[in-house]
Ligand binder design. Structure first.
Ligand code: PMP
Length: 457
């Protein structure tokens, strides 16, 4: 079932029935780069009444040079943040400085540059530890991204702990990266895969989840935030429920880490993964967090330099954490870039980012839900960033092409999450996904253009 415009939750209370589309006449000009006063954020809900400083949106936007670009003669409106985010100047500078001033391999050379690069790499690891609230630096493994992290866990923890008849639970809304590695393991081991259903709003059905859990459940793999529906899943509760049955839980935080404050100890997550490039950092770097006790028991994954203590032709002993899981030369510059990205997010404040983006997501939901012929898929009240929709009688390709002509970048397709689209009987959606630098005027432009598209077909 596709949820349509009947979701009253998203209707603005001050818009009367007659005043259907109040933002249609906005002139879009240079002024659109600056936020109106009412978009400053004073948080009263998420921080126990503590007053936050206003969210300096024009300052934030000016930190992202690419936002000055024009596309097809129009200012770029980047609404494809679920695929990858743009980078602030400090991340670009960190990469340039690394290559210009201290490029070197880490943990090896007996010289100044290697020491500097090693310090920077390990500082980045420390930064990630603080960002995720992990209890020890050894719990942070650098990988290429969320996909690689999940493969690592499935092929090490999974292959040593899953046996014939054991059960792996996944939700209906997982990204293929959190399905395929488990499916391959399941087939290899003769295990059973069970799927936690979702309701018509795109929320996990917790009572069904409870019924699926049993003493045979070994692993539960859940996305923190859906990349299609934007739903924020109740992972704290779901982790608790899984632990009661002795199962381990992997949280896919690819769409959460840039938007929500995460604390892996509060969550009691066994594994938590995310990708740097979706969190304002470079591509090629991502993070696997794992509880130390679990990582210590797991066999190494890739084998080679860096992950060994001693090698003879008779045998090899493996290095301590985290090196045991970091064979070969890592993405050193990208780790340094990720550190700069985390610094940036923390400077803005994760609680402020979350509050601002929740409000912007609500605004976009309202705007899109008011356009006749636009059907939103994923209407959970607790959602952030991703808004998927289809337009009656117009293909996603046509919609995306028309939007691109206006400089608006969205994503179309199955978003690497085909099962959740099958749940809603569709093959493809248009997805607008928001980040901290997006503004209401951009949403207005999106809605305005969509409205025109629906009129033209
Ligand atoms: N999980 C989710 C929820 C995602 O949205 C994505 C990226 N679209 C991934 C995993 C995979 O991330 P990456 O391609 O960076 O490994």
């Amino acid at each position: 079932m596709i949820m349509n415009r009947h979701q009253n939750d998203w209707y603005p209370s001050n818009i009367s029935g007659g005043q259907v589309f109040p933002y249609m006449d906005h002139a879009v000009d240079a002024a659109y780069y600056f936020m109106r006063d009412n978009t400053s954020v004073v948080d009263s809900s998420n921080t126990n009444g503590r007053l936050l400083h206003p969210f300096d949106i024009s300052g934030i936007r000016s930190d992202f040079p690419i936002l000055q670009r024009r596309v097809n003669g129009k200012p770029l409106i980047w609404l494809d943040n679920g695929a990858t985010t743009q980078k602030p100047q400090c991340v670009i500078d960190a990469l340039r400085e690394y290559y210009q001033e201290y490029n070197s391999n880490v943990h090896r050379g007996a010289h100044t540059l290697s020491k500097e690069a090693t310090d920077a790499y390990e500082c980045a690891r420390r930064k990630v530890q603080m960002f995720l609230g992990a209890s020890a630096i050894e719990e942070i493994i650098f990988v290429r991204g969320a996909t690689e992290a999940i493969n690592l866990v499935a092929q090490t923890y999974g292959s040593t702990n899953i046996r014939n008849g054991d059960e792996i639970l996944l939700t209906m809304m997982e990204h293929h990266s959190n399905i395929v590695p488990w499916q391959m393991l399941q087939k290899e081991k003769g295990a059973v895969m069970k799927v936690i259903p979702i309701n018509g709003r795109g929320e996990i059905m917790l009572d069904e989840y409870e019924k699926l859990l049993s003493s045979r459940t070994r692993v539960v793999a859940i996305t923190h935030v859906s990349n299609v529906l934007g739903t924020i899943n109740p992972i704290r509760k779901m982790i608790d429920m899984a632990h009661r049955y002795g199962a381990r839980v992997l949280i896919d935080g690819a769409q959460a880490a840039p938007h929500l404050k995460v604390n892996v100890q509060d969550l009691d997550a066994d594994f938590y993964v995310f990708s740097g490039h979706k969190a304002y950092g470079p591509t090629g770097i991502g993070v696997l967090y794992g509880k130390k006790g679990l990582l210590e028991q797991m066999p190494p994954w890739q084998k080679g330099g860096g992950m060994i203590k001693n090698v003879t032709f008779d045998g090899t002993t493996y290095n301590n954490l985290p090196d045991k899981f970091e064979a070969g030369t890592g993405s050193i510059a990208d780790a340094v870039g990720l550190r700069a990205a985390i610094d940036y997010m923390q400077k803005v404040g994760m609680d402020r980012i979350e509050h601002y983006e929740r409000s912007l997501t609500g605004y976009a939901m309202q705007a899109l839900s008011m356009i006749p012929g636009v059907n939103i898929i994923g209407t959970a009240p607790d959602k952030i960033s991703a808004i998927s929709f289809v337009v009656d009688g117009v293909s996603p390709e046509t919609v995306a092409t028309r939007l691109d002509r206006e400089g608006i970048a969205v994503r179309i397709g199955h978003h690497c999450a085909q099962p959740v689209l099958q749940r809603f009987n569709i093959k493809s959606t248009i997805r607008a996904s928001l980040a901290m630098y997006n503004i209401r005027e951009e949403i207005d432009m999106l809605a305005n253009t969509l409205y025109k598209i629906t009129k033209d077909y």
